[in-house]
Design a protein around this ligand. Structure first.
Ligand code: AMP
Ligand code: MG
Length: 344
């Protein structure tokens, strides 16, 4: 895997590889993405192979200017209003697809997911290419998403399908884009992200939130977004989320301590409370955007600790940017959230 910087010369190399049908890991403001020419079905196939991604989980396509929006889908009036307010930025819209988008990108659906990233490097790569980039998160399917360049090196440097990776430092948001469907009867939030429900409702007052954002769907129920059905973001070690105060979380952990190597991903300033355990602070619940920025890096660091068997994560309420963090932690822990105040 060729390592590239964000210099003009390296970004030209990156776009040349993409034009050639290769796949490249690129930084975005959400998480690192694994990019291919969205209009080249053979190139897109390599993304699925490199990630081990199930073929029924469609990809987001990334554009760099509003004039190309209607080349790949049929934008509604609401879509243009959302674009005006939130693009470029971490918002993905689901709209009816145009035939130019290959079926492999949309997993055969009649809709397509479109986003315009704000990260200057991602923006430059898309505009140099002159075609949209299909780019899912660059993790191996099921694992925590990559938000630091070292995550890309760890996960992909030996991956036979990936030709290059562009180093863009740390990702600002740290969680994947907000996904809104505009093909359902009412606009519907499918995946929470840095653009919050409150922000979206300023443009779309009738926005609903899909059940799957905060609940495990029954096996026979079809998800509005196929990605919500798959195991996701999960460390190798057993992961348990804890709500309540730090003291009650500590009591809960102590009571169940069976000598397993345990790591506590805690809020900033709680390291002393959990001093009997290895701690990884990941931000402040008063500033949920800090939790979002660090959540995947913290899950990865915990898992990388030698002999790690059990990870506890302090979990903030599912509000504002905290909804995105809660949604990812639900899946990372296979929906194991304990209210430690109730459960002592
Ligand atoms: P990722 O590429 O890893 O950020 O995941 C993209 C997310 O967008 C997944 O949850 C997909 O299921 C969802 N998605 C992509 N295209 C569509 C679509 N046409 N309809 C509904 N959800 C979609
Ligand atoms: Mg993903």
């Amino acid at each position: 895997m060729l390592i590239l910087s964000s210099s003009s010369e390296d970004l030209c190399t990156c776009s040349r590889l993409l034009k050639n049908g290769d796949i490249v890991a690129i930084p975005t403001e959400t998480v690192y993405g694994l990019a291919a020419n969205a209009l080249d079905g053979d190139a897109v196939k390599k993304i699925f192979l490199a990630k081990g991604r199930p073929a029924d989980n469609p990809l987001i396509i990334h554009i760099s200017d509003i004039s190309s929006f209607s080349e790949y889908c049929f934008p509604t009036e609401s879509a243009y209003r959302l674009a005006e307010k939130f693009w470029p930025g971490p918002l993905t819209m689901i709209l009816p697809k145009k035939p130019v988008v290959p079926d492999i990108v949309t997993a055969g659906l009649s809709s397509v997911a479109v986003r315009m990233p704000s990260h200057p490097t991602a923006h430059k790569i898309v505009s140099l290419c002159g075609f949209p980039l299909a780019a899912p998160s660059a993790n191996i399917s099921g694992k925590p998403s990559p938000t630091r360049f070292e995550h890309i090196i760890n996960d992909l440097s030996q991956n036979e399908y990936v030709s290059a990776a562009v180093n863009g430092g740390n990702c600002e948001c740290g969680v994947e884009s907000t996904v809104v469907s505009l093909v359902s009867e009412k606009p519907c939030l499918l995946r929470p992200g840095a653009i919050t429900v409150e922000m979206l409702r300023q443009v779309l007052p009738d926005l609903t939130v899909a059940d799957a954002v905060l609940q495990r769907l029954p096996k026979n129920e079809k998800a509005l977004s196929p990605g919500l059905m798959h195991k996701h973001y999960a460390p190798d070690a057993e992961t348990v989320c804890l709500t309540g105060s730090a003291d009650s979380a500590l009591r809960y952990i102590k009571k169940r301590d069976t000598g397993k190597k345990t790591i506590v991903i805690c809020f900033d300033g709680e390291e002393d409370v959990f001093s009997d355990y290895f701690t990884i602070p990941y931000g402040s619940p008063n500033k949920p955007e800090t939790l979002a920025e660090n959540v995947f890096a913290a899950l990865r660091s915990a898992d990388a600790e030698k002999g790690c068997e059990l990870i506890y994560v302090r979990c903030a309420p599912p509000e504002r940017e905290g909804l995105a963090v809660y949604n990812r932690l639900l899946r990372a822990s296979d929906f194991t959230v304990i209210d430690t105040e109730e459960c002592l």
